[in-house]
Design a protein around this ligand. Structure first.
Ligand code: GLN
Length: 297
């Protein structure tokens, strides 16, 4: 490598081919799970291409802007920053959501909550009448905003303890064209929430506090602690929400994302409130990821 580029820290140059960039990036990412796949994603992102375009044109030149971007992306990715955070956005249920340092990076597993809500909506006839939902701990806004985008007859209240997360969610709502049907409230659990809702959705923080140090670096170093920490047994926020359920969801469904092995505990909390019916859904990894209770207080 020429001395000048070593000094400046540049590893890639405009005239490098895409395939060469992938091979060399993969070598740098040797400690990662799937270095080659990871390298393809990073090079595609730097070149602003999708995977198919990258594979179709292996001998194309990287070009100067992409070479610079790839240098930057690799430095951050080698520090285990997720690509979604580096790029500042993440796709969820087919739509692009901006992230910020105060929001959880949305996970594909969470899409099962949308599938579950759509199933319940069919049964409850929510497709045919206005219905009102609350998303507790909205983060980027994925749950509330996706529901509004899928149901033109729905309105939503989205809460979070972080004002910065709410600002991110609001900008997502504006960009996705649903801002006129959503309100935002800075609140913890259901404290201070007024009104009643047909549907409550929540992906609360649910990691056992003592386990946070054992999470992958991608999660531990980059997701906000407040979006992860579920207290000594991981169930603290569920407990708070469920305790106030009769006020906020007098008749409807409360639908939660749950962590590994938490389904029966969360179902137990709902049973303690005498919910009429319990439902569970699995994610693509075959873990029970969603628990719902039908209320009629
Ligand atoms: N799903 C996140 C994880 O993988 C946790 C998010 C949460 O606590 N709700 O760790």
């Amino acid at each position: 490598m020429p001395e000048a580029s070593m000094r400046s820290g540049h590893k890639f140059a405009a005239e490098d081919s895409l395939v060469d960039a992938v091979v060399r990036s993969a070598a740098m990412l040797a400690g990662f799970d799937e270095p080659r796949r990871e390298a393809r994603r990073l090079v595609a992102a730097a070149a602003e291409m999708d995977a198919a375009q990258l594979i179709a044109a292996p001998d194309s030149k990287l070009g100067a802007p992409a070479a610079l971007r790839l240098d930057e992306i690799l430095v951050r990715r080698l520090a285990h920053e997720p690509l979604s955070r580096i790029l500042g956005s993440r796709e969820f249920f087919g739509r692009e959501f901006a992230l910020s340092s105060e929001t959880l990076d949305p996970r594909p597993d969470t899409e099962v909550l949308i599938e579950a809500a759509k199933e319940l909506a069919h049964e409850e006839g929510w497709y045919d009448r206005p219905f009102h939902l609350i998303d507790v701990g909205t983060g980027t806004g994925i749950l509330a905003i996706t529901m509004l985008a899928e149901f033109s007859n729905a309105t939503a209240l989205a809460t979070d303890i972080s004002a910065q997360a709410l600002a991110t969610a609001q900008s997502n709502a504006e960009r996705l064209g649903v801002a006129d049907r959503i309100r935002f409230l800075e609140a913890r659990s259901l404290k201070g929430v007024e009104g009643s809702f047909d549907l409550l959705m929540s992906n609360p923080p649910y990691i056992v506090s003592a386990d946070i140090g054992t999470l992958d670096a991608e999660v531990r170093l980059y997701d906000p602690l407040a979006a992860l920490d579920g207290g000594p047994d991981g169930l603290q926020v569920y407990r708070e929400i469920v305790a106030d359920l009769s006020h906020s969801v007098p008749q409807g469904w409360a639908l939660f994302e749950v962590g590994a092995d938490q389904a029966s505990d969360v179902a137990g909390l709902l049973k303690g409130q005498e919910v009429r019916e319990l439902r569970m859904w699995k994610d693509l990894g075959n873990h029970t990821r969603c628990v719902a209770g039908r209320t009629q207080f």
